[in-house]
Structures are given as C-alpha cells and as structure tokens.
Design a protein around this ligand. Structure first.
Ligand code: HMG
Ligand code: MG
Length: 298
C-alpha cells in the first residue's frame, strides 16, 4: 500500500549546492528558494551552519536566512553540527534545524571529526537547547546503505543511531544513502529494522542517485508506509566527504513518479522544472534529472 500523499523535503539549496566548486551568490540562492516555494514545496533546506573551512559553499547561510522571502506554510531548515552552529542559526532567525550523524564510524570522523558515540553526546544538548527555544529539530543518519570507507553497513547500526536521535526529540529521522549504493530489498530491510523502534511516520528517505537506484529504493520503502522523501531539484548535489557521490535523487523525477501513481505531493512539475533551469543555468550545465531533460527536449 502506498501513502496517499508524500511530503517532499527539498535539498537543492543545501545538499545540492554544498559541493559546488563555484560560489553561488546569496541572491541566486534566494531566487532558487523562492522558485521552489512557488512550485509548491513546503519544506526546504536552505543551508548549513558548519565550519566554513570544511564547507566553504555554505558560508553565506546567515545571509540566506536573513534574505528569505518567507511564505506562510513553508518551513525553511538548516543543518547545525554543534552548539556553535545552533547559536548562529538561531541568531540568524532559523526556526527549524537538523543535526546529522552517521551509521559508520569512518564517515562520522571524515564528516564531523568525531566518533558516532561522541556525535550523539554532542547532539543531545543541541537538540535540547533547540527544543527549549521552540525550534523543530530533524535528525539525519548517513551511510544507511553503505559507507565510502567501510563498505556494507548493518541495518542494526542504522537503527541504533536513529533510535538515539528520535529519543533526543528529533521529530523526524532522515535515512541517508549518502553514496547511493543501496538497492530496493536492502533499503526495505534497513527501513524495517529502524521501524521496529522508530515509527515509519517519523522516518524520511534521503537517497542519493549515484548508481541510479534511488527511485526504485524510494518506491520499495514507500510501500512500507514511509511518506517523507528528501530530493534535490535537477538532481543537484553530493557530499564533500563522500568522494564520487552523486546528487540527491532529483525532485522532478520523484514528483513525476508520484504523480503517475496518484500520490499527492502538492508540487507543480512545470514550475519545479523552471526552478531547476534557474539554478542549472547559473551552474553552467544541464539538469541531472531525466524528467527535467525530457521536459526541456519536449
Ligand atoms: P572541528 O574542527 O572538530 O571543530 O570540526 P572544533 O569544534 O574543534 O572547531 C574548529 C574551528 O571550527 C573553530 O574555529 C570553531 O570556531 C569552528 P577556529 O577557532 O579554529 O577559528 N567551528 C565552527 N564554525 C562555524 N560553524 C560551526 C562551527 N563549529 C566549529 N558550526 C565540525 C567539527 C563539525 C565543525 C566540522 O567537522 C564541520 O563543520 N563539519 C561539517 C561537514 C558538513 O557540512 N558535511 C556536509 C553535510 S552532511 C551531509 O551532506 C549528509 C546528509 O546530506 C545526509 C546524507 O546524504 O547521508 C545530511
Ligand atoms: Mg545528502
């Protein structure tokens, strides 16, 4: 059984742009965010408060938050790895934040410079402080279907981190196939393991499309009742600490598939493709999304 509707969490301005070598001006990011909201997206991740030495592209996130043309009903979220990031995000007016951990030790060290256990100890006061200030907090688990350094990742390792994040008070835990190596049956088994302790209503799918498996993996997991999908317009993106990882599954591809199955998203595909054109023109290349390319050709 498929859910009647799916909430899409748009990653383009954050995951989509964090790995771009060319600095994208704040004004362009703001136009992109506005175009995504115009297309009907109601959850948009707009940047991150991380070390600018680690991820230079996200350095302007305070200006992005300050410049948002906020629309009612749209949630604009940012990543925060620690209390420093949370304080900066709150000072800049963030109302939704996300902490990000991993199911793999090596990736945790490469991405946030600490072990998995240390990261959870670090996140607990961040989540508590954010909740006390009335913010909503999301949690990510990376490497849920494979790690660039360690290969296979056990569903049990994913479950442990997801349970810890949910227990801290993250309203939702997003399961990241960071390097896109997952396949549908493995994706299902991973979600089933997590869902034993974190209800599917609180899970999201965050699949990168490196091996072209993301749509199939999403469909396999929607059948388990998950109804939140992370994706990036035009298939932008990749993680700077997961070499060779391609972008998130393209939002256009997800919307097209869900439209075709009668699953509501509230997103207008044409307006979404316009948002994709806006940013791919800026980046000087075409969209990775197959649907966007078909629309451009047609
Ligand atoms: P560290 O070097 O261990 O941090 O980095 P530290 O606490 O020792 O501080 C070192 C310096 O960084 C200090 O500055 C701090 O002030 C500064 P200095 O005194 O040397 O001038 N600093 C900060 N500056 C700005 N904002 C902050 C901040 N914190 C410390 N929040 C740290 C640890 C976590 C900061 C670093 O490793 C980092 O920034 N990592 C972020 C990496 C990242 O953004 N990766 C991409 C996002 S995750 C992702 O894409 C996966 C996801 O999409 C899901 C999936 O696909 O799987 C979510
Ligand atoms: Mg990601």
């Amino acid at each position: 059984m498929l859910p009647a509707q799916v909430r899409i969490v748009e990653m383009g301005p954050r995951d989509g742009l964090q790995n771009e070598a060319v600095a994208v001006p704040v004004a362009v990011k703001l136009d992109l965010i506005d175009a995504l909201a115009e297309a009907g997206l109601r959850s948009i991740e707009v940047g991150s408060f991380v070390s600018p030495r680690w991820v230079p592209q996200m350095a302007g996130t305070a200006e992005v938050l300050a410049g948002l043309r906020r629309r009612p009903g749209v949630a604009y979220s940012v990543l925060v790895p620690n209390l420093t990031g949370l304080e900066a995000a709150m000072a800049a007016g963030a109302r939704e934040v996300a902490v990000f951990g991993a199911a793999s030790e090596s990736f945790s060290r490469a991405n946030i410079n600490c072990s998995v256990a240390e990261s959870l100890e670090r996140f607990a006061p961040v989540v508590a402080r954010a909740l006390a200030a009335g913010l909503r907090v999301r949690g990510y688990v990376s490497c849920v279907l494979g790690c660039p350094y360690e290969g296979e990742v056990a569903p049990e390792a994913v479950r442990r981190v997801a349970v810890a994040l949910a227990g801290m008070g993250c309203h939702e835990v997003s399961l990241g196939d960071t390097i896109g190596t997952g396949t549908p049956l493995k994706a299902r088994r991973m979600v089933e393991a997590v869902a034993r302790d974190v209800p599917v209503e609180r899970l999201a799918l965050h699949f990168h499309d490196t091996y072209g498996q993301a749509l199939a993996n999403i469909l396999a997991c929607l059948e388990l009742g998950v109804a939140v999908v992370d994706s990036a317009v035009a298939g932008l993106g990749g993680c700077p600490y997961a070499k060779g990882a391609a972008g998130n599954v393209a939002t256009e591809d997800v919307v097209y598939m869900l439209d075709g199955m009668g699953v509501a998203t509230g997103v207008d595909l044409r307006l979404l493709a316009d948002a994709g054109n806006l940013i791919t023109r800026e980046l000087g290349r075409g969209p990775a999304s197959r649907v966007a390319r078909a629309l451009l050709a047609g």
